[in-house]
Design a protein. Structure first.
Length: 389
């Protein structure tokens, strides 16, 4: 049975920011073109820029979609009168009341139920004030459903993550809260569960007896770009390791869930995390990219990027070794690495199998290396989402 999609309003806080331009608006446009959004649904971009109105925001979105590789027909079909802009001003109580009034006006004019999703595509330091503003304006509840989506990083450390959770729960029930890791939408991640659990050939070798090591790599050829203000406070570890790479690790290492449902999958992921050995600081390498050339063009080093402090020690590269001390994985190293300004953009999981106990073909002058490697990465072939070699 096809899932029923209800009409709703999707509100993007940070609607003119990098994440909205590169990820959220293109994703929504493609969902709209694929008829996976209800035809009566609306999208509202919220930001502090006072020079924007809805018409200018539609032009801004159209340009962003084309730059992100969205087809002109899809971009034109999305940037209609169902796309709006709201200036949040100084983010004071009156500004959130004005947003509430705008949403109610759209709902009344279009006969919409009060189904609202608030996506916080914002710097982490304003999560709390935004959530408090929504709650104080009564935007934490409605006659329909209400959701709040909080981007990573979720807190700076354990104490701040717990404080953020406490504040969210002042206004929202846990069932209303989505702590999002947009990396989970990538092809490598989407197909990993299917690859593992829909192919019986893998289960018999997916353990410490047959696997020697696992390498998980997420590399980008871009530098910090326009995200200096955020990135220099986060770094590669908080930006990538504690969410993106850890998610991949849990998907590789987890046991088969009892059902293909969110709670069952989450339960198996948590079991992996609880089995992880305490991190050895000597097993972690941090680094920054230096000036060099990319495609024959000179590019600056991290410390020379606009907005980066000259004495910053924020890492743009992390390499580390972790272990999952349970029955299936004891003794198998998981090598995690991520970095900016790498040789190429890559998301890859390489599962190295153990060598055969004897090297039968060494006498023929062949390489006596017999270990096979299962490489899982996004396919570049049109019509295919993921390949394994």
């Amino acid at each position: 049975m096809a899932k029923v999609v209800e009409p709703s309003i999707f509100i993007i806080f940070g609607g003119t920011g990098d994440l909205a331009r590169r990820k959220l608006l293109p994703a929504l446009a493609r969902l709209h073109a694929a008829h996976q959004l209800h035809p009566k649904s609306h999208v509202v971009g919220v930001a502090i820029e006072s020079e924007y109105d809805s018409a200018k925001y539609r032009r801004f979105t159209h340009d962003a979609l084309l730059k992100a590789g969205v087809e002109e027909e899809v971009a034109a079909g999305f940037t209609t009168e169902q796309l709006h802009y709201h200036c949040i001003g100084d983010c004071g109580p009156a500004d959130f009341d004005a947003l509430s009034h705008m949403l109610r006006s759209i709902e009344r004019a279009n006969g919409l139920p009060e189904n609202r999703a608030f996506y916080l595509a914002l710097p982490p330091q304003v999560f709390l004030s935004t959530i408090d503003g929504l709650g104080a304006a009564g935007l934490n509840k409605s006659h329909g459903w209400t959701r709040v989506v909080v981007e990573k990083p979720f807190g700076h450390d354990l104490a701040t993550a717990q404080a953020l959770n406490r504040d969210i729960h002042r206004w929202y029930e846990e069932s209303q809260v989505y702590r999002i890791d947009h990396y989970l939408g990538k092809d490598t991640v989407q197909n990993l569960l299917v690859l593992r659990f829909a192919n019986t050939i893998f289960e018999s070798v997916w353990n410490r007896d047959r696997i020697e090591a696992v390498q998980i790599t997420v590399a980008e050829d871009l530098g910090v770009g326009t995200r200096a203000g955020y990135y220099d406070k986060a770094g590669a570890f908080r930006d990538m390791v504690q969410n993106h790479l850890t998610q991949l690790l849990t998907l590789v290492a987890m046991e088969i869930p009892s059902r293909y449902e969110a709670e069952a999958i989450r339960y198996e992921k948590i079991k992996v995390l609880r089995s992880m050995r305490a991190l050895d600081p000597n097993a972690v390498v941090r680094g920054q990219y230096a000036a060099g050339e990319v495609g024959g063009e000179a590019v600056p080093g991290y410390l020379d990027e606009p907005g980066i402090d000259a004495d910053s020690d924020t890492e743009t590269f992390v390499g580390m070794t972790v272990f999952v001390d349970n029955w299936r994985w004891a003794g198998v190293p998981f090598f995690l690495r991520t970095g900016k300004r790498m040789g190429k953009t890559l998301s890859q999981i390489a599962v190295r199998l153990r060598s055969t106990p004897s090297h039968l073909f060494a006498s023929l002058g062949e390489d006596d290396e017999t270990a096979d490697v299962l490489v899982i990465s996004p396919s570049r072939t049109p019509g295919s989402r993921c390949t394994s070699t």
